[in-house]
Write a protein that binds this ligand. Sequence first.
Ligand code: UDP
Ligand code: MG
Length: 339
Amino acid sequence: MKNPHDVCGEGMLPEDLEPREYEDDVPLLLSLVIPVCNEEDAIPVFLKKINEVFENQKAILLEMVFVNDGSQDRTLKCLLEQQKKDARIVIIDLSRNFGKEAALSAGLKFAGGRVVVPLDVDLQDPPELIPVMLEEWRKGYEVVLARRVKRQEDSWAKRVSAGCFYRIHNTFAMQKLPENVGDFRLMDKSVVDALNSLPESCRFMKGIFAWVGFRRTCIDYARPARVAGHTKFSAWRLWNFALEGITSFSTIPLRIWLYLGASIAFLDFCYGLFILMRTLIFGVDVPGYASLLVTMLFLGGLQLIGIGILGEYLGRNYLESKHRPIFLVRKIYREQKGA
Ligand code: UDP
Ligand code: MG
């Protein structure tokens, strides 16, 4: 049976596709967008792997856009050293750590390829899948998603919480997120242009990717472990990320309070009527301290949650209303041709 949360190839018939004809003598410019934050150990391993994968792909012209997201270690130095050996490396050095979503937005802005692939530097997004994705792109798809079929390398808690997040998000949000799909995907230039045209500063990229639509398909892969370093996403950061995801793409959490308030008011009205009748029939009944306290605390708690959710949206509105840029670039390093 089709999983209702599987929205990979949604709304598209394969016969609608127009295959892309690419002559082998016209090289295809492929941009990799790699956000990096404290990844000095992973960068050499990543570049070695990329060279292995692409050394025989003569028809592909590669550009690697590394976005240094406020690293505190030797990441920038390491990138500059590598750039001396490999002119395909472009380094976008951000002025501080803006978070992976902003770093990804920066990379997409500077990527010039006909096709663009964002991927992590820790090789958890296997580069050997890119040629397979390109085959799908040649068939006419504009987005090729990489779906994690096995995520044994992620902890049990991470897998369960990710599963809950997708279910809650997809229940609330208009644009459903394909399950178990991260930022690793291949995108046509037209998709990247659409992403770059979105002005919002709260960037939940998974939601933004889903929102822009386009013709998409999926390929499956098993997610390997990190090659070096450690994850930058603590449980607390993931929780905030999930909250951002849900509040950025749905106003249903706000609307729930309308229905909850109406239901409680109705129950309250019935209970009030019952008390009134009981007092009229049996006279004044003073005891009731416990039920009063429980009701007050319950309603007080509900109101606080409601105010909290309002605040969450108000906060986002406040941040958006400042119109601050999503990221600031300290310097762009490009190897000069012929230098
Ligand atoms: N990253 C980043 N800025 C951050 C956190 C992470 O650019 O503030 C980069 C990181 O260097 C890596 C990618 O985002 O290339 C994914 O991070 P990580 O592997 O820690 O995430 P996980 O795979 O554990 O979800
Ligand atoms: Mg990782």
